[in-house]
Write a protein that binds this ligand. Structure first.
Ligand code: IVH
Length: 680
């Protein structure tokens, strides 16, 4: 069919577009569309030319890559460097085999061995060896003429400089690439030096190899896999593709170990599935599989059409990036109170899976990428990794900068962010439904309220059936005893036992009470220091409220306590600043008898000393010994150092006692320790 004027115009436009993208990708190493989008454009152009063959004369479908960039010497390839035809599904693979069969006049019963190699996503280079020595290396360029990058290639460790028993002339075709880990490290270095970041490992590899100054290439970690050859002066090197790669490997080239021989559609598909599953775990990018007719005599007979061999085809993996619209940003609250932004997307297929959500990491990430609701964004999904937004592609009209919420979307409590932290957190832990399960588990745990018979499973079940909502409800469970008895797995006796265990804990020392609240950074040690310093719940609570004034004496007292720095203080203040917490705390306190804790005895024999317990104590537990020592104003440490004043060693004491002896620190046994306690 002859093309009409309007078809011609359309073709011209499409061809110009493809040519421009070719230039951006091959010459600038800075593509402006995804590979998948390019493939789609290219296919559209091809389809048009198939319908109107007269259009195909001057078209990018007939060429490979892009011409040599300014600054590089030109190298004419003795054998052109071709491109590959693509197959996008199993049916197109079967068509490929059929074409090969037809061309070679084979019957349906004839097996065709295909050698399948990962298609490395880097850039190809041709390495010329003469008399066994590396003499010249070039990029693909437009397939006929490439750029002379000999000096740059010489900086790559994987490039063999000398070959033993090689044909007089041997051109080896390799894919030069950068590993994913090296790419990330390079980008970090580039960022630190305020230099340009690369979009992906392929661009980084291309940008590194196509340097006019090979001293820069030398600093870039490049690798290569050999996959083919150009001019070879001796035809007897091998009979098959796989055999040729074995020879290349013996000469010292790196060949990809994942390559396999496949016979028949089932094996072809199995290898595809296998490699697709491994893809994310490989430390280099692959964008598909190249299936090659293994027999070289057949390869020769098959030859090439304009830009691609008839004996090979690239089966592409689904693209790992796609473009879609950001419908909204939703904030999720984790079990620890962390606010995590999640992108709600217009569903789009990425890497073969429909994606409608992506992570936005945190507040700073959104600000850094200036991601706004309504924007058109690039979504990436690499293997099993949670999909993420790479960048904004197109800004939505009348968009506003995203404002990260400062209140918890679940419970309405204040959400604060500490200096130097990336995460904003809900401070309403005790009542926030997103966090309450974790909080209650902590609340009843061994070192906190230690309520026997109220394990995680029960807490979970009671929460979901509304028997519990906040800590204080535990102490009102007796009112619901009839309901508990009726529950599956419960009986009158077990319910009674639970209520009794709860009653036993209605009276609790202040330090355990504070620890049970689950305030960030307030562990057992901090809770104990606070309890000893303030003595009573009322005093502590008032002090925390007064300390909200950072210039006042209460704040000075708080941060003056040994072991309480500004960061712990900030978490304490944030907790009390949230009205929901104070409400929950008062509600809880009304149910309890919180026992005062005596301040440490300043005049005891061990006040102010640092002690270490080691070995077995026979007359009191380690926790009791520790509590007694601390009540007498001592500090209990876990390991012996120059700052240790006294070591109490029971039977079985080992390295700690030895170290104490070495440092000349006083070591006493349990009897002496008991005597010391009796004295004070
Ligand atoms: S064979 C004439 N094998 O893919 C044969 N190519 O789209 C052409 N590539 O220019 C190539 N891994 O840069 C072949 N195992 C492999 C490959 C591979 C990566 C690249 C190569 C080539 C492009 C074709």
């Amino acid at each position: 069919m002859k093309a009409s004027a309007s078809v011609r115009r359309k073709h011209e436009q499409l061809a110009a577009e493809v040519a421009a993208h070719n230039h951006a990708y091959h010459t600038e190493d800075a593509p402006t569309i995804s590979d998948a989008e390019f493939d789609a454009l290219f296919r559209e152009l091809q389809a048009l030319e198939n319908k109107y063959p007269d259009l195909a004369t001057a078209s990018p479908t007939q060429t490979v890559g892009a011409p040599v960039a300014a600054g590089f010497a030109k190298v004419t390839h003795a054998v052109p460097m071709l491109s590959l035809g693509n197959a996008f599904d199993a049916a197109e693979m079967i068509e490929f085999e059929e074409r090969v069969r037809r061309f070679l006049g084979l019957s349906a019963e004839d097996n065709i061995d295909l050698f399948a190699e990962p298609k490395i996503d880097g850039l190809s280079a041709s390495l010329r060896y003469e008399g066994g020595s590396f003499v010249r290396g070039a990029t693909r360029g437009d397939g006929t003429v490439g750029e002379d990058v000999t000096a740059n290639l010489r900086t790559i460790a994987a490039l063999p400089r000398k070959l033993e028993n090689a044909p007089d002339v041997l051109e080896v075709r390799v894919e030069v690439f950068m590993s994913k880990s090296d790419f990330r490290a390079l980008n970090e270095r580039q960022a630190a030096q305020d230099e340009k970041q690369f979009a992906n490992p392929r661009n980084a590899a291309a940008g590194s190899l196509r340097q006019l100054d090979s001293r820069i290439t030398e600093t870039r970690p490049l690798h290569m896999f050999a996959y083919g050859w150009g001019e070879v002066s001796d035809n007897s090197v091998a009979d098959t593709q796989s055999g040729f790669l074995d020879r290349l490997s013996k000469w010292g080239f790196t060949v990809n170990k994942l390559a396999r021989k496949c016979v028949g559609p089932a094996a072809i598909e199995a290898f595809y599935d296998d490699l697709a599953a491994q893809r994310a775990d490989l430390d280099y990018d692959i964008d598909g599989i190249v299936y090659k007719v293994d027999r070289l005599d057949w390869q020769r007979r098959l030859g090439a059409v304009s830009r691609a061999p008839r004996w090979a085809i690239a089966r592409k993996f689904p693209p790992e990036q796609a473009i879609t619209r950001l419908r909204g940003i939703e904030i999720q609250v984790g079990r620890t109170g962390a606010l995590t932004p999640v992108a709600r997307l217009e569903p789009v297929t990425v890497g073969g899976v429909v994606v409608s959500n992506a992570t936005l990491h945190n507040e700073d990430e959104i600000a850094r990428k200036d991601i706004r609701v309504g924007d058109t964004v690039v979504v990436q999904r690499a293997g099993d990794v949670i999909p993420q937004i790479v960048e904004v592609k197109k800004r939505a009209a009348k968009s506003k900068r995203y404002k990260f919420p400062t209140a918890c979307p679940i419970c309405g409590s204040e959400a604060t962010r500490e200096e130097g932290e990336a995460v904003r957190r809900c401070t309403g832990g005790l009542i926030c439904p997103a966090q309450v399960l974790e909080r209650l588990k902590h609340f009843v745990s061994r070192d906190a309220f230690d309520i026997e018979g109220l394990g995680s499973k029960h807490i979970e079940a009671f929460l979901s059936d509304d028997l519990l909502r906040a800590p204080a409800d535990i102490f009102r469970l007796h009112q619901r005893a009839p309901e508990i008895e009726q529950r599956e797995g419960w009986a009158a006796q077990s319910a009674e036992n639970l209520i009794a265990a709860i009653e036993e804990r209605r009276s609790i020392p202040l330090d355990r009470f504070i620890y049970a609240l689950g305030i960030r950074q307030v562990g057992q040690a901090t809770a104990r220091v606070l309890a000893r310093n303030y003595g009573t719940l009322e005093a502590w609570r008032t002090a925390m409220e007064d300390a909200q004034d950072l210039d006042g004496p209460a704040y000075a007292e708080l941060t003056g306590i040994d072991g309480i720095g500004p960061s712990v203080a900030a978490d304490l203040l944030a907790f009390v600043h949230e009205p929901h917490n104070v409400e929950a705390l008062d509600d809880l306190a009304a149910e309890l008898d919180v026992q005062a804790v005596a301040p440490p005895q300043a005049d005891s024999a061990i006040a102010g000393k640092t002690m270490v317990f080691t070995g077995t104590l026979e007359r009191m537990t380690r926790s009791e010994a520790k509590a007694r020592a601390e009540a007498l104003g001592a500090k209990v440490a876990g390991s012996v150092s120059a700052r240790t004043d006294l070591v109490i060693a029971g039977p079985g004491a080992g390295s700690k006692a030895r170290k104490a002896a070495e440092l000349g620190i006083e070591v006493i046994d349990e009897d002496a320790w008991l005597a010391l306690l009796a004295e004070t």
